[in-house]
Every structure is written in C-alpha cells, then in structure tokens.
Design a protein around this ligand. Structure first.
Ligand SMILES: Nc1nc2c(ncn2[C@@H]2O[C@H](COP(=O)(O)OP(=O)(O)O)[C@@H](O)[C@H]2O)c(=O)[nH]1
Ligand SMILES: [Mg+2]
Length: 218
C-alpha cells in the first residue's frame, strides 16, 4: 500500500525537466536575462545588473512551473567559448538567441553567429526563440526592424554565396533554413527592466511541452 501511494504521489508531483540554452554575443544581455528570470520566478532573487561581470564559463538557473522545471544555461558569448556551444546542443530542449538591438555596429556579427546556430543539425527540430534585447533603450531597433535586418542580412549572404563558385550548402539545407527563418519567433525584451521576459518564458514553456508530446506520439 505504501509503495502504491508513494508511486501515486510521485506520479502526481512529477515534474518534467527541460534544458534551455541561452546563446548570443558577449554583451547581448544573456546573464542579465538569466538573473531576471530567476528574480521573476524564484523566491531567492537573481543577481542585480550591477553585480554581473563578463561571463567566464557558464551560469545556470532553474525555475519551477506547473509540473515542469526549466533549467537555463547561459553560456558565455566570447569567441573562444562559442566553440563549446555545440556540446550543449544534443541535450537541450529549446534555444534562446539574444541579440543586442541597441548595438547596430555588431548586428552583422550577431547574425553571423545566429546563422551558425540556426544551421546546426543537432538543433534543427528544437524550438528557437530570437530575443531583441534592450528594448528599454530609445536607440534600440524594434522587433520588426530586427526581423527585417536579419532577413536582409540573410538575403545578402545567399546572393554572395550564389555568386561564389564554391557552395557550402545544398538546396535542401537552404530550403530547411528558409522554413526555419519564415517560422522564426522574434520577441522584444528588456532583460534589464524585465519587460517581455514572462512572455518569452511562457512561449518556451508551451513549446517544450508541445515538442515533448510530439516525441511521445511519434
Ligand atoms: N539598456 C539595457 N542594457 C542591458 C540590458 N540587458 C543587458 N544590458 C547591459 O548590457 C551589458 C552586458 O550584459 P550581460 O548580461 O553581461 O551580457 P552577456 O555578455 O550576454 O551575458 C551590461 O552592461 C548590461 O547591464 C537591457 O535590457 N537594456
Ligand atoms: Mg554573461
């Protein structure tokens, strides 16, 4: 009887755990976002922005949602650290890419890295969310402007690839990527002030639940 009740209790209180990785260039606001998520969802608040230094290695944070635990991994964005992102791809359930919408000078560098994330075969089927951060700043590009800027950048890149003799990708990869871009979710946030952060977490929560269901039915 005890075991039966224990089993039932475990079943009813069971929480599925999902890993979500937060990627982006250094300075995009990944750590600020992670700490804001912790502050919004946990009893013990995350670090305030004045306590956040450049990320060396990784930061993690867990939040509890109904029958779900989301574990966030903020991986550093410096060039050297980016080389290890792929090690996390196999085990993640969603990817968040943070772009600094205020830093126009580094947008194309940000898209270059975003493109490599988007093209990674291990995460082709994984929900991907693009966050246009720093919306509190009057200098920031809006969500629409960010989407257009990326599409323009991508178009230019395709054209220059067509002109060059050596093509890295086949037609199928290009089509798969086009579909991914067309269905890409872009949201505006201010990691500093917290605006839009709950909407982003809600989106992730729903998407990881849905992809788990698809897994079961396949
Ligand atoms: N105005 C503004 N600044 C932000 C925001 N998010 C992060 N920052 C600032 O951007 C800088 C880099 O943030 P950080 O979280 O360390 O970036 P990371 O390298 O991607 O982890 C810091 O000075 C942050 O205070 C935001 O939403 N708005
Ligand atoms: Mg950081």
């Amino acid at each position: 009887m005890y075991h039966l009740l224990k089993g039932l209790h475990e079943y009813l209180t069971r929480k599925d755990e999902f890993s979500i990785i937060i990627l982006g260039l250094d300075g995009a606001g990944k750590t600020t976002l992670l700490e804001k998520i912790k502050t919004l969802y946990n009893d013990t608040p995350g670090l305030t922005p004045d306590k956040i230094g450049p990320t060396v290695g990784q930061n993690t944070g867990k939040i509890m949602l109904p029958s779900t635990i989301l574990q966030f991994w903020d991986l550093g964005g410096q060039r050297g650290i980016r080389n290890i992102w792929h090690r996390y791809y196999e085990d993640c359930h969603a990817v968040v890419y943070v772009i600094d919408a205020e830093d126009r000078e580094r947008l194309s560098e940000g898209w270059e890295v975003f493109e490599s994330v988007l093209s990674s075969p291990q995460i082709l089927g994984v929900p991907l969310l693009l966050l246009a951060n720093k919306q509190d700043s009057p200098l920031s590009l809006s969500v629409e402007e960010i989407r257009h800027d990326y599409e323009d950048w991508h178009q230019r890149k395709l054209e220059s690839a067509r002109r060059s003799v050596r093509q890295g990708e086949g037609e199928n990869e290009i089509i798969a990527k086009k579909e991914r871009i067309a269905s890409l979710e872009v949201m505006g946030i201010s990691a500093l002030e917290g605006t839009g952060v709950r909407a982003a977490v809600d989106w992730l929560f729903i998407r990881v639940q849905n992809s788990r269901r698809q897994e079961r039915h396949s």
